[in-house]
Design a protein around this ligand. Structure first.
Ligand code: CA
Length: 231
């Protein structure tokens, strides 16, 4: 890596700041920290980070409001850091346009993996034309899916759903985001149609649908597809 990746960390807990800064610097990233939401929003504009790590519990502005402000002018990758166990905060942040979330306490390996995934997505305007992981292949151009070399037949909706997840592999997509993307914004918020289609997809691609290897459920939040290994 020749040019350093810039990370903006918005977090009011100084000990967490120094822990994250130390592990990111040790991995070759340049880190700048903001201890409040206001400072974070202004640094996001002046520092032009590649990724923002955003704590939801800030002393001045709520993290979700920081995210709203950022999203009004920027599409920088935002990974939400949350100590809160309430699923609703994470879901709200993801619905507001956060790219991913990580829950405290987390180890450096998990943090690095999340950052790499979000960098990969922000740096590729076009998704890879092939998704490939553990025997599953999706050719987006041809709309073909193979499992260990044999073609898998999906309905139109099942294909749209699986390819949406595959194009965002490694990231969690919320139920609301998926529903809006595939069924449009006027759905009634009932996820039943999504669950039924997901069950059908799993029956077709998973060896054991109860223990999925490709599409994982993030309970109360949404789905995350196994990372694409072809990119
Ligand atoms: Ca905090």
């Amino acid at each position: 890596m020749n040019t350093k990746i810039n990370i903006l960390l918005i977090e009011d807990d100084k000990s967490i700041c120094s822990y994250i800064t130390a592990s990111l610097s040790g991995n070759g990233y340049r880190v700048i920290t903001a201890l409040s939401g206001k400072e974070g929003v202004s640094l996001a504009a002046s520092f032009c980070p590649d990724v923002i790590l955003l704590d939801l519990g800030l002393p001045d502005i709520d993290g979700c409001d920081v995210l709203r402000q950022l999203r009004s002018w920027s599409s920088i990758s935002v990974i939400v850091i949350s100590a809160r166990v309430e699923e609703q905060d994470k879901v709200m942040a993801l619905d507001l346009g956060a790219d991913d979330y990580i829950t405290k306490p987390f180890g450096p390996a998990e943090l690095m993996a999340r950052i790499r995934t979000s960098l990969r997505h922000s740096h590729s305007a076009m998704p890879g034309r092939v998704y490939r992981a553990a025997g599953l292949e999706i050719y987006f151009d041809k709309r073909m899916i193979y499992m260990e070399g044999s073609e898998v037949h999906l309905t139109q909706i099942e294909y749209q759903l699986l390819s949406l997840l595959a194009e965002n592999s490694g990231r969690v997509l919320t139920y609301k985001f998926i529903m809006n993307t595939i069924w449009g914004p006027y759905t009634d918020g009932n996820n039943q149609i999504l669950r039924v289609n997901m069950a059908n997809i799993r029956r077709k691609i998973e060896k054991n649908p109860a223990q999925p290897q490709y599409v994982f459920t993030e309970i109360g939040i949404g789905y995350r597809m196994r990372e694409n290994e072809s990119v």
